[in-house]
Every structure is written in structure tokens, then in C-alpha cells.
Ligand binder design. Structure first.
Ligand SMILES: *Cc1c(COP(=O)(O)O)cnc(C)c1O
Length: 223
């Protein structure tokens, strides 16, 4: 099937409240254009330099989402245009995004990444670290970022019970932060969870943003 056929199949399967981020990492500009031409406007990348070069080559009405792990010293390259940063996993990183957003005279929407998988390798905050950030006095000094919600990745396993329980644990945390007062820099609306292999389980557990790559663009080959 073609990219546009894959896209329309997936879109048909998504409830209306769920936003689709088409994960185009490692894929060429031509593949992104094919998705763009069939109406997709939100794309996700996991490497800042790759996202910057695609931003430069592609139409300017694309919303670029950074979904990967972020090195603080590279934030400045995406600060002029990034639409949503999913992987904020430390206060230090949030401060750097805030600083670069301010230089660009922007407010950058961010998600805090929570560690829900049993695997050691996935990045993210635990629940205590998350609340420590939100409750801290320093958080009030963040003026050029808005925390729009949470992002998480389940374990890479066929065990659907485990994946579902990990997604549910994130939904529970999301519900808890949703009870906190909305402020200038905190307005939780987005729960980003679910990839090609597990997005249906994620949606059943309350996700409203899915990040889908290989089911749209085909398997990735890394060199
Ligand atoms: C690569 C990636 C995805 C998409 O993965 P697929 O299995 O190809 O859909 C989603 N989220 C993150 C954080 C990723 O790095």
C-alpha cells in the first residue's frame, strides 16, 4: 500500500478527538510530501538536525513535533519553529527551552515525558519527579513554555495486558495533573501515547495523540 493509502486507513480508525502525528524520522522529504499532499500536516521527528533540514525543505504550514530525546545544546536549532516538544524529561531541559523560546519571542508548547515502561532504556520522569517540577517555585519562572500534557512509551512487548496497564498508569497521572489549576505555563490537554504497534490500546486507555511511523511510511532502515 502507498503512504496515502496507509494514512487514510489509519485516519479512519482514529476517533475524532485523537490527533495523528505522522512519524517521519529517517524518511526522505519525498515521503513526507506524499503524506502532506494527502492532507497530513503534523509530522514527528526524533533528531533535531534532521527536523531542521526537513523544515527548511518542506512547506511552512507543517507542524513539526520533536518526539525524541533532546540534548540541551541543540534546543536553539529548533526553537524558531518547533510546534510541540514531547520529550521534556528534566527541569534543566525545560529551562533551556524556555530561554530559547524567549530569544525567539515565542511560547513553545511542551509535554513532560513520564517513564511508564519496565525497560530501563526509555527516558522520562517518574511520578514524584513530575510533581516536584510542577510544584516547584522555579516552575513559576517558566514564562515561554506551556506544559500542554504528558507523553509516554509503553514497553516493547507483545503482552497486551502489560502494555495496557502501563498506558493506564500514565492516564491516571494525566488525570491527577488535570486537577491542578490551569496557569499561564500549565494547561494540560494532551496525552501523547501510542505508536504503530500499540496505538489502539493507547486510545482505549485515554490517549488523544498518537505517534505513528512505520504503519504509514513502512519499516525504517538504519544505516
Ligand atoms: C519512532 C517513534 C515512534 C513511531 O514508531 P512506529 O513504531 O514506527 O510507529 C513513536 N514515538 C517515538 C517517541 C518514536 O521514537
Amino acid at each position: 500500500m502507498s503512504i496515502s493509502e496507509n494514512l487514510s486507513e489509519i485516519k479512519k480508525s482514529l476517533p475524532t478527538q485523537v490527533t495523528l502525528v505522522a512519524v517521519s524520522k529517517t524518511k526522505p522529504v519525498s515521503a513526507i510530501l506524499e503524506a502532506y499532499n494527502s492532507g497530513q500536516r503534523i509530522f514527528g521527528e526524533n533528531k533535531i538536525q534532521e527536523m531542521v533540514s526537513k523544515f527548511e525543505d518542506l512547506p511552512k504550514d507543517i507542524e513539526w513535533h520533536m518526539i525524541g530525546h533532546i540534548q540541551t545544546n541543540k534546543v536553539k536549532f529548533m526553537a524558531p519553529f518547533v510546534a510541540l516538544i514531547h520529550g521534556v524529561d528534566s527541569f534543566k531541559l525545560l529551562q533551556e527551552i524556555d530561554k530559547q523560546a524567549q530569544k525567539n519571542n515565542r511560547i513553545i508548547p511542551c509535554l513532560l515525558q513520564v517513564h511508564i515502561a519496565t525497560e530501563e532504556t526509555k527516558f522520562g520522569l517518574d511520578e514524584t519527579e513530575l510533581f516536584d517540577i510542577l510544584d516547584s517555585a522555579e516552575f513559576k519562572n517558566i514564562k515561554n513554555c506551556t506544559i500542554k500534557g504528558l507523553m509516554g512509551m509503553a514497553s516493547f512487548t507483545d503482552d497486551e495486558t502489560q502494555v495496557t496497564s502501563e498506558f493506564q498508569s500514565l492516564k491516571k497521572i494525566f488525570d491527577a495533573i488535570s486537577k491542578l489549576p490551569v496557569t499561564d505555563n500549565f494547561s494540560p490537554e494532551i496525552l501523547s501515547m501510542g505508536m504503530s504497534g500499540d496505538y489502539k490500546l493507547a486510545i482505549a486507555s485515554g490517549s488523544n495523540m498518537v505517534r505513528i511511523g512505520s504503519s504509514i511510511f513502512g519499516e525504517r532502515t538504519y544505516f
